[in-house]
Design a protein around this ligand. Structure first.
Ligand SMILES: NC(=O)c1ccc[n+]([C@@H]2O[C@H](COP(=O)([O-])OP(=O)(O)OC[C@H]3O[C@@H](n4cnc5c(N)ncnc54)[C@H](O)[C@@H]3O)[C@@H](O)[C@H]2O)c1
Length: 342
Protein backbone atom coordinates (compact mmCIF):
# COMPACT_ATOMS: atom_id res chain seq x y z
CA UNK A 1 0.00 0.00 0.00
CA UNK A 2 1.21 3.55 -0.73
CA UNK A 3 2.33 5.26 2.45
CA UNK A 4 1.81 8.98 2.97
CA UNK A 5 5.04 10.79 3.87
CA UNK A 6 4.15 12.89 6.91
CA UNK A 7 5.86 15.74 8.78
CA UNK A 8 4.85 16.98 12.24
CA UNK A 9 4.98 20.68 13.18
CA UNK A 10 5.07 21.40 16.93
CA UNK A 11 6.42 18.62 19.14
CA UNK A 12 4.79 19.40 22.45
CA UNK A 13 2.48 16.97 24.18
CA UNK A 14 0.00 16.75 21.36
CA UNK A 15 2.38 16.82 18.40
CA UNK A 16 4.53 14.06 19.90
CA UNK A 17 1.47 11.83 20.42
CA UNK A 18 0.57 12.30 16.75
CA UNK A 19 4.17 11.59 15.70
CA UNK A 20 4.13 8.33 17.68
CA UNK A 21 0.81 7.34 16.07
CA UNK A 22 2.40 7.76 12.62
CA UNK A 23 5.23 5.40 13.54
CA UNK A 24 2.71 2.59 14.09
CA UNK A 25 0.34 3.36 11.23
CA UNK A 26 0.64 1.20 8.12
CA UNK A 27 -0.59 4.12 6.02
CA UNK A 28 2.11 6.67 6.79
CA UNK A 29 5.83 7.14 7.04
CA UNK A 30 7.04 9.76 9.49
CA UNK A 31 9.72 11.55 7.46
CA UNK A 32 10.22 14.97 9.10
CA UNK A 33 9.77 16.86 12.34
CA UNK A 34 9.67 20.58 13.04
CA UNK A 35 9.89 22.52 16.30
CA UNK A 36 11.54 25.82 17.08
CA UNK A 37 12.91 24.24 20.27
CA UNK A 38 16.08 22.51 19.01
CA UNK A 39 16.53 20.44 22.17
CA UNK A 40 13.02 18.97 21.90
CA UNK A 41 13.45 18.47 18.16
CA UNK A 42 16.55 16.32 18.64
CA UNK A 43 15.11 14.33 21.52
CA UNK A 44 11.94 13.39 19.59
CA UNK A 45 13.94 12.85 16.38
CA UNK A 46 16.24 10.39 18.15
CA UNK A 47 13.38 8.68 19.97
CA UNK A 48 11.38 8.09 16.78
CA UNK A 49 14.30 7.63 14.37
CA UNK A 50 13.51 10.66 12.18
CA UNK A 51 16.46 12.40 10.54
CA UNK A 52 14.91 15.38 8.74
CA UNK A 53 14.66 17.89 11.56
CA UNK A 54 13.65 21.51 11.00
CA UNK A 55 13.49 24.46 13.37
CA UNK A 56 11.47 26.62 11.03
CA UNK A 57 8.30 25.54 9.27
CA UNK A 58 9.38 27.20 6.00
CA UNK A 59 11.98 24.42 5.79
CA UNK A 60 9.52 21.57 6.23
CA UNK A 61 7.25 23.18 3.60
CA UNK A 62 10.20 23.31 1.17
CA UNK A 63 10.98 19.61 1.64
CA UNK A 64 9.40 17.95 -1.40
CA UNK A 65 9.50 14.51 0.27
CA UNK A 66 6.88 15.69 2.79
CA UNK A 67 3.42 15.15 1.29
CA UNK A 68 1.34 15.94 4.36
CA UNK A 69 1.83 18.00 7.51
CA UNK A 70 0.23 17.72 10.91
CA UNK A 71 0.11 21.11 12.71
CA UNK A 72 0.34 21.16 16.53
CA UNK A 73 1.57 24.66 17.36
CA UNK A 74 -0.15 26.51 20.23
CA UNK A 75 -3.69 27.96 20.06
CA UNK A 76 -3.80 31.17 18.04
CA UNK A 77 -0.70 30.04 16.09
CA UNK A 78 -2.19 27.63 13.56
CA UNK A 79 -2.99 30.10 10.78
CA UNK A 80 0.53 30.84 9.56
CA UNK A 81 1.76 27.24 9.15
CA UNK A 82 -1.68 26.32 7.76
CA UNK A 83 -1.52 28.96 5.00
CA UNK A 84 2.08 28.00 4.21
CA UNK A 85 1.17 24.31 3.95
CA UNK A 86 -1.69 25.18 1.64
CA UNK A 87 0.66 27.15 -0.64
CA UNK A 88 3.19 24.29 -0.52
CA UNK A 89 0.38 21.88 -1.56
CA UNK A 90 0.69 19.59 1.45
CA UNK A 91 -2.28 17.70 2.86
CA UNK A 92 -3.05 19.09 6.33
CA UNK A 93 -4.21 17.89 9.72
CA UNK A 94 -4.58 20.99 11.87
CA UNK A 95 -5.28 21.12 15.58
CA UNK A 96 -8.37 22.68 17.04
CA UNK A 97 -9.16 25.48 17.56
CA UNK A 98 -8.35 26.63 14.04
CA UNK A 99 -8.17 30.25 15.21
CA UNK A 100 -8.69 32.54 18.18
CA UNK A 101 -10.30 35.34 16.14
CA UNK A 102 -13.10 35.52 13.61
CA UNK A 103 -10.77 37.33 11.17
CA UNK A 104 -8.16 34.53 11.23
CA UNK A 105 -10.84 31.87 10.89
CA UNK A 106 -12.42 33.55 7.86
CA UNK A 107 -8.97 34.06 6.29
CA UNK A 108 -8.19 30.33 6.60
CA UNK A 109 -11.52 29.25 5.11
CA UNK A 110 -11.30 31.76 2.24
CA UNK A 111 -7.70 30.69 1.47
CA UNK A 112 -8.84 27.09 0.99
CA UNK A 113 -11.78 28.16 -1.19
CA UNK A 114 -9.40 30.22 -3.34
CA UNK A 115 -6.91 27.39 -3.80
CA UNK A 116 -9.68 25.07 -5.08
CA UNK A 117 -7.30 22.20 -4.41
CA UNK A 118 -7.94 18.53 -3.84
CA UNK A 119 -5.81 18.55 -0.68
CA UNK A 120 -7.27 16.64 2.27
CA UNK A 121 -7.66 18.89 5.28
CA UNK A 122 -8.79 17.49 8.62
CA UNK A 123 -9.42 19.54 11.78
CA UNK A 124 -8.35 17.77 14.99
CA UNK A 125 -11.69 17.33 16.75
CA UNK A 126 -10.48 14.01 18.05
CA UNK A 127 -13.47 13.28 20.34
CA UNK A 128 -15.44 12.35 17.21
CA UNK A 129 -13.31 9.18 17.15
CA UNK A 130 -14.18 8.08 20.70
CA UNK A 131 -16.24 4.86 20.28
CA UNK A 132 -18.81 5.99 22.90
CA UNK A 133 -19.50 9.25 21.07
CA UNK A 134 -19.68 7.38 17.74
CA UNK A 135 -22.34 5.11 19.28
CA UNK A 136 -24.24 8.07 20.74
CA UNK A 137 -24.36 9.68 17.29
CA UNK A 138 -25.71 6.43 15.84
CA UNK A 139 -28.42 6.31 18.54
CA UNK A 140 -29.48 9.90 17.84
CA UNK A 141 -29.50 9.35 14.07
CA UNK A 142 -31.51 6.12 14.39
CA UNK A 143 -34.31 8.24 15.96
CA UNK A 144 -34.42 5.89 18.98
CA UNK A 145 -34.35 8.90 21.30
CA UNK A 146 -37.15 10.61 19.39
CA UNK A 147 -36.93 14.32 18.80
CA UNK A 148 -34.01 15.95 20.59
CA UNK A 149 -35.04 19.06 22.52
CA UNK A 150 -32.10 19.71 24.90
CA UNK A 151 -28.37 18.94 24.93
CA UNK A 152 -25.43 19.89 27.10
CA UNK A 153 -21.72 19.34 27.20
CA UNK A 154 -19.11 20.71 29.59
CA UNK A 155 -15.35 21.05 29.49
CA UNK A 156 -14.38 20.97 33.17
CA UNK A 157 -10.62 20.64 33.45
CA UNK A 158 -8.18 21.96 36.05
CA UNK A 159 -5.35 23.57 34.08
CA UNK A 160 -3.82 25.57 36.94
CA UNK A 161 -0.56 23.62 36.53
CA UNK A 162 -0.07 25.30 33.11
CA UNK A 163 0.83 28.47 35.06
CA UNK A 164 4.42 27.26 35.03
CA UNK A 165 4.59 26.03 31.42
CA UNK A 166 6.90 28.78 30.18
CA UNK A 167 8.27 28.26 26.64
CA UNK A 168 12.08 28.01 26.95
CA UNK A 169 12.54 29.67 23.55
CA UNK A 170 10.24 32.68 23.85
CA UNK A 171 9.96 33.03 27.63
CA UNK A 172 6.18 33.32 27.12
CA UNK A 173 3.43 31.00 28.29
CA UNK A 174 0.84 30.51 25.55
CA UNK A 175 -1.44 28.61 27.92
CA UNK A 176 -1.92 31.83 29.88
CA UNK A 177 -1.78 34.30 27.01
CA UNK A 178 -3.48 32.58 24.09
CA UNK A 179 -5.80 29.95 25.50
CA UNK A 180 -9.45 30.98 25.53
CA UNK A 181 -11.25 28.23 27.49
CA UNK A 182 -14.55 28.42 25.56
CA UNK A 183 -12.67 28.35 22.25
CA UNK A 184 -9.97 25.82 23.12
CA UNK A 185 -11.94 23.36 25.30
CA UNK A 186 -15.51 24.50 24.63
CA UNK A 187 -15.13 23.99 20.89
CA UNK A 188 -14.75 20.24 21.59
CA UNK A 189 -18.19 20.40 23.24
CA UNK A 190 -19.73 22.42 20.41
CA UNK A 191 -18.17 20.12 17.85
CA UNK A 192 -19.64 17.01 19.48
CA UNK A 193 -23.09 18.60 19.78
CA UNK A 194 -23.07 19.83 16.15
CA UNK A 195 -21.79 16.48 14.85
CA UNK A 196 -24.22 14.38 16.85
CA UNK A 197 -27.19 16.62 16.12
CA UNK A 198 -26.34 17.14 12.47
CA UNK A 199 -27.14 20.84 12.43
CA UNK A 200 -25.75 24.19 13.54
CA UNK A 201 -26.36 26.59 16.42
CA UNK A 202 -27.82 29.87 15.19
CA UNK A 203 -27.45 32.13 18.25
CA UNK A 204 -25.79 32.23 21.67
CA UNK A 205 -25.91 34.09 24.97
CA UNK A 206 -23.18 33.79 27.64
CA UNK A 207 -22.12 34.80 31.14
CA UNK A 208 -18.54 34.56 32.35
CA UNK A 209 -16.20 35.49 35.18
CA UNK A 210 -12.50 35.55 35.94
CA UNK A 211 -12.11 34.50 39.57
CA UNK A 212 -10.55 31.03 39.77
CA UNK A 213 -7.56 31.50 37.43
CA UNK A 214 -6.50 35.16 37.57
CA UNK A 215 -3.20 34.52 35.70
CA UNK A 216 -5.14 33.49 32.57
CA UNK A 217 -5.69 36.40 30.19
CA UNK A 218 -9.23 35.20 29.30
CA UNK A 219 -12.19 34.49 31.57
CA UNK A 220 -11.74 31.03 33.13
CA UNK A 221 -15.45 30.35 33.73
CA UNK A 222 -18.08 30.69 31.01
CA UNK A 223 -21.62 29.37 30.63
CA UNK A 224 -23.27 29.66 27.24
CA UNK A 225 -26.73 28.79 25.96
CA UNK A 226 -27.07 28.03 22.26
CA UNK A 227 -30.18 27.76 20.14
CA UNK A 228 -29.93 25.33 17.21
CA UNK A 229 -31.52 25.57 13.73
CA UNK A 230 -34.30 23.16 14.76
CA UNK A 231 -34.93 24.96 18.10
CA UNK A 232 -32.97 22.47 20.22
CA UNK A 233 -31.49 24.33 23.20
CA UNK A 234 -27.93 23.49 24.31
CA UNK A 235 -25.75 24.52 27.24
CA UNK A 236 -21.95 24.49 27.26
CA UNK A 237 -19.81 25.31 30.30
CA UNK A 238 -16.05 25.72 30.35
CA UNK A 239 -14.21 25.77 33.69
CA UNK A 240 -10.41 26.03 33.55
CA UNK A 241 -9.66 25.89 37.28
CA UNK A 242 -12.20 23.74 39.17
CA UNK A 243 -10.71 22.31 42.38
CA UNK A 244 -11.77 18.73 41.79
CA UNK A 245 -10.57 15.67 39.87
CA UNK A 246 -11.90 15.10 36.36
CA UNK A 247 -15.09 13.12 35.98
CA UNK A 248 -14.50 9.60 34.73
CA UNK A 249 -16.50 10.40 31.60
CA UNK A 250 -16.84 13.66 29.66
CA UNK A 251 -20.16 15.41 30.31
CA UNK A 252 -22.45 15.02 27.35
CA UNK A 253 -26.23 14.87 27.90
CA UNK A 254 -28.89 14.58 25.24
CA UNK A 255 -32.61 14.60 25.96
CA UNK A 256 -35.10 13.38 23.36
CA UNK A 257 -38.85 12.78 23.43
CA UNK A 258 -38.25 8.98 23.65
CA UNK A 259 -35.00 8.71 25.55
CA UNK A 260 -31.98 10.25 27.22
CA UNK A 261 -28.21 10.03 27.15
CA UNK A 262 -26.23 11.01 30.24
CA UNK A 263 -22.45 10.75 29.83
CA UNK A 264 -21.87 7.11 28.75
CA UNK A 265 -25.30 5.75 29.69
CA UNK A 266 -28.64 5.85 27.93
CA UNK A 267 -32.27 4.99 28.57
CA UNK A 268 -35.25 4.60 26.32
CA UNK A 269 -38.54 5.72 27.88
CA UNK A 270 -41.45 3.37 28.46
CA UNK A 271 -43.96 6.20 28.32
CA UNK A 272 -45.72 4.97 31.49
CA UNK A 273 -44.84 6.55 34.84
CA UNK A 274 -45.17 3.27 36.81
CA UNK A 275 -42.60 1.58 34.54
CA UNK A 276 -39.72 4.00 34.78
CA UNK A 277 -36.87 3.16 32.45
CA UNK A 278 -33.34 2.55 33.72
CA UNK A 279 -30.02 3.82 32.47
CA UNK A 280 -27.88 1.23 30.69
CA UNK A 281 -24.25 1.58 29.61
CA UNK A 282 -23.74 2.63 25.98
CA UNK A 283 -22.45 -0.46 24.19
CA UNK A 284 -19.04 0.70 23.00
CA UNK A 285 -15.43 0.27 23.98
CA UNK A 286 -14.18 2.58 26.78
CA UNK A 287 -10.76 3.90 25.81
CA UNK A 288 -8.15 5.70 27.89
CA UNK A 289 -6.83 9.01 26.60
CA UNK A 290 -7.35 10.36 23.09
CA UNK A 291 -8.02 8.13 20.04
CA UNK A 292 -5.04 9.31 17.97
CA UNK A 293 -4.88 6.15 15.81
CA UNK A 294 -8.39 6.30 14.29
CA UNK A 295 -8.09 10.07 13.83
CA UNK A 296 -4.91 9.87 11.77
CA UNK A 297 -6.23 6.80 9.98
CA UNK A 298 -9.25 8.80 8.81
CA UNK A 299 -7.00 11.54 7.41
CA UNK A 300 -4.53 9.10 5.77
CA UNK A 301 -7.34 7.02 4.24
CA UNK A 302 -8.83 10.19 2.76
CA UNK A 303 -5.45 11.03 1.19
CA UNK A 304 -4.81 7.53 -0.17
CA UNK A 305 -8.33 6.62 -1.28
CA UNK A 306 -9.65 10.12 -2.04
CA UNK A 307 -12.48 9.81 0.49
CA UNK A 308 -13.94 12.55 2.72
CA UNK A 309 -12.38 13.32 6.10
CA UNK A 310 -14.62 13.15 9.16
CA UNK A 311 -14.06 16.82 10.12
CA UNK A 312 -13.38 18.99 7.09
CA UNK A 313 -12.26 22.61 7.29
CA UNK A 314 -15.70 24.27 7.17
CA UNK A 315 -17.12 21.77 9.63
CA UNK A 316 -14.29 22.48 12.10
CA UNK A 317 -14.57 26.20 11.41
CA UNK A 318 -18.28 26.15 12.29
CA UNK A 319 -17.54 24.59 15.70
CA UNK A 320 -14.83 27.20 16.23
CA UNK A 321 -17.06 30.09 15.09
CA UNK A 322 -19.86 29.15 17.51
CA UNK A 323 -17.42 29.43 20.43
CA UNK A 324 -15.94 32.74 19.22
CA UNK A 325 -19.53 34.04 19.15
CA UNK A 326 -20.09 32.71 22.70
CA UNK A 327 -17.07 34.71 23.91
CA UNK A 328 -18.35 37.81 22.09
CA UNK A 329 -21.78 37.36 23.70
CA UNK A 330 -20.22 37.35 27.18
CA UNK A 331 -18.07 40.39 26.37
CA UNK A 332 -20.92 42.42 24.86
CA UNK A 333 -23.64 41.19 27.24
CA UNK A 334 -26.05 40.37 24.45
CA UNK A 335 -27.22 37.56 22.20
CA UNK A 336 -24.97 36.98 19.18
CA UNK A 337 -26.11 35.49 15.87
CA UNK A 338 -23.69 32.77 14.70
CA UNK A 339 -22.62 32.93 11.03
CA UNK A 340 -22.24 29.58 9.25
CA UNK A 341 -19.61 28.60 6.66
CA UNK A 342 -21.54 26.78 3.91
N1 LIG B 1 -7.37 17.66 19.95
C1 LIG B 1 -7.10 17.59 21.25
O1 LIG B 1 -7.79 16.94 22.02
C2 LIG B 1 -5.93 18.36 21.79
C3 LIG B 1 -5.28 17.94 22.96
C4 LIG B 1 -4.18 18.67 23.40
C5 LIG B 1 -3.78 19.81 22.71
N2 LIG B 1 -4.46 20.19 21.58
C6 LIG B 1 -4.03 21.38 20.82
O2 LIG B 1 -2.76 21.12 20.25
C7 LIG B 1 -2.00 22.33 20.19
C8 LIG B 1 -0.67 22.11 20.92
O3 LIG B 1 -0.94 21.81 22.28
P1 LIG B 1 0.20 21.17 23.19
O4 LIG B 1 -0.43 20.89 24.49
O5 LIG B 1 0.87 20.06 22.46
O6 LIG B 1 1.21 22.42 23.35
P2 LIG B 1 2.74 22.42 23.75
O7 LIG B 1 3.05 23.75 24.31
O8 LIG B 1 3.05 21.20 24.57
O9 LIG B 1 3.49 22.26 22.34
C9 LIG B 1 3.55 23.26 21.36
C10 LIG B 1 4.85 23.05 20.59
O10 LIG B 1 4.87 23.92 19.45
C11 LIG B 1 6.20 24.42 19.30
N3 LIG B 1 6.12 25.68 18.53
C12 LIG B 1 5.52 26.83 18.89
N4 LIG B 1 5.63 27.74 17.90
C13 LIG B 1 6.33 27.14 16.91
C14 LIG B 1 6.77 27.58 15.63
N5 LIG B 1 6.52 28.81 15.19
N6 LIG B 1 7.46 26.71 14.87
C15 LIG B 1 7.72 25.46 15.31
N7 LIG B 1 7.33 24.99 16.52
C16 LIG B 1 6.64 25.82 17.29
C17 LIG B 1 6.67 24.62 20.73
O11 LIG B 1 8.09 24.68 20.81
C18 LIG B 1 6.11 23.38 21.41
O12 LIG B 1 7.00 22.27 21.34
C19 LIG B 1 -2.90 23.40 20.83
O13 LIG B 1 -3.58 24.09 19.83
C20 LIG B 1 -3.87 22.61 21.68
O14 LIG B 1 -5.10 23.25 21.91
C21 LIG B 1 -5.48 19.48 21.13
Amino acid sequence: MTKVKVGIIGLGYNGRQHAVAHTVSNKSELVALCDRDEHKLHIVGKELGVRNLYRNYDEIMADSRVQAVSIHTPDGHHKEPFLKALKAKKHILVEKPLANTEEDLVEMVRAVEKEESSLKIEVGYILRFNPVFEKIRELVHSQELGQIFYMESDYVHNLLHKKNATDPITGNNWHLQDQIPMVSGGSHCLDLLRWIKGNNPTSVFSYSNHLAFPELSSDDCMASIFKFQDETVAKVITLWAPECPRDPFFNLRIYGTNGTIERDQFCIGKKMAEQRSEFKPIEAQRIKGHPYDPEIDDWLTAIIEDTNVRTNLKDGANSNMATLCAVKAAREGKEVIIPVFK
